[in-house]
Design a protein. Structure first.
Length: 143
């Protein structure tokens, strides 16, 4: 047999103190399919996009997702959603452009979030704010 029957698609890979991120998993023309391994206790918040929508699903472990329309001092409202490998039957979370979002691994085990961005990742499309600037308490219960 001459050569391999398969090829490898190069991924974009990033690792920092929050976890390991595998980006652009499948070479789709529109969007990015990505996976992030989220370390225990890691918080990745807050950011929003102006040109892309996100679909996210926790496929391993458990995460607390946060979504809000504006910072607390601007009378913004926050919605907390707990998602785990056991709740995937409820479907993926759709995050429309313009909505601030993030997640927190409140467990002692790594979690995996799989997500599809409707546009190729573009750092210029991403606006970020610190947890303190947004003013919502991730450590409080959603109830």
């Amino acid at each position: 047999m001459a050569g391999s029957l398969i090829r490898r698609h190069a991924l974009r890979f990033h690792e920092d103190d929050r976890g390991i991120r595998y980006n652009d998993i499948f070479p789709v023309e529109k969007g990015d399919v990505n996976a992030t391994i989220v370390y225990p206790g890691a918080l990745s918040a807050w950011h929003r996009h102006q040109f892309q929508d996100d679909y996210q699903i926790c496929v391993k472990g458990a995460l607390k997702f946060g979504f809000c329309d504006a910072p607390a001092h601007e009378k913004g409202t926050v919605e907390w959603v707990y998602s785990s490998e056991r709740s995937t039957k409820d479907g993926a979370l759709f995050i429309p452009r313009g909505i601030w979002h993030g997640y927190y691994n409140f467990t002692n085990e790594p979690a995996v979030v799989l997500y599809w961005l409707t546009g190729k990742y573009n750092p210029d499309d991403e606006e970020r704010k610190t947890v303190e600037a947004m003013g919502f308490d991730w450590m409080r219960s959603a109830k």
